[in-house]
Design a binder for this molecule. Structure first.
Ligand code: ATP
Length: 220
């Protein structure tokens, strides 16, 4: 069975007189253990799609199923429960609590997922190249450090589905290669990974590339 299904998703935005058609009937299926890259030009709808797939945004049409459960058109509390159980999420809007340190943010995410005894905090901090910044508050981090800390938080609960928007946009080559190793380890462990990326190096490692263009799937 598919772990994550999107069926005919539509999303429109209205700003004043303008209407933007961000998603125009996007359907996709992700199986357990798949590593999928979502690509497409700026403005093609990648971030909007990730937000709808994780229930952080509601599509205007269509629906999303997570492990057979409908995520769309449910209460925020129900969506949050499904999200906590199934997803690790890194979106461009960020996922850090500003007055927690990097390490506290990671531990908090683990606690939300009931992984209080998880020994991997140091490992995660090391993997994203932030050992020297583990005790810094989120507000004290540079843009690149914030993105990397956010990724460590998204990975903290070893989520069944990792959804990340441009996870390697702000990382150096060493960190990118450590992250690619980690994504491949997730695949071997049967965990699913969906990354929106402009990086061809990263996309080359994926099992599948889904290309969006103008709010539609151009190629899958
Ligand atoms: N909250 C919003 N209000 C109005 N328009 C929006 C909103 N969010 C996204 N859009 C518009 O929807 C379209 C798709 O945006 P989206 O951010 O999903 O693209 P993207 O493929 O992720 O782009 P990028 O690669 O630059 O991050 C764009 O035209 C964008 O301007």
């Amino acid at each position: 069975m598919s772990l994550l299904v999107a069926h005919e998703l539509y999303r429109f935005f209205h700003t004043g007189e303008d209407e933007t058609f961000a998603l125009r009937g996007v359907s996709l299926c992700l199986s357990q253990g798949e590593f999928v890259a979502l690509m497409g030009p700026s403005g093609s709808g990648k971030s909007t799609l990730l937000a709808c797939l994780t229930g952080l945004d509601e599509p205007d049409g269509g629906h999303v199923l997570v492990d057979g459960m409908r995520l769309t058109r449910r209460s925020e509390a129900a969506r949050a429960r499904i999200r906590a159980r199934n997803f690790g999420i890194l979106l461009q809007s960020g996922n850090l609590f500003p007055h927690f340190s990097v390490e506290q943010n990671i531990r908090f995410q683990m606690r939300l997922a009931d992984r209080t005894d998880d020994p991997r905090v140091d490992e995660l901090v090391e993997m994203v190249g932030l050992r020297h910044r583990a005790h810094a508050f989120a507000t004290q981090l540079s843009g690149g450090e914030t993105a990397r800390a956010g990724l460590a938080v998204a990975l903290a609960a070893n989520p069944p589905i990792l959804v990340a928007d441009e996870p390697t946009a702000e990382v150096d080559a060493d960190t990118e290669s450590r992250l690619i190793d980690h994504f491949e380890t997730r695949r071997r462990a049967g965990l699913t990974t969906l990354l929106a990326t402009h990086s061809t190096a990263l996309a080359r490692k994926a099992d599948r590339i889904i290309r969006l263009h103008d709010g539609r799937v151009e190629d899958d």
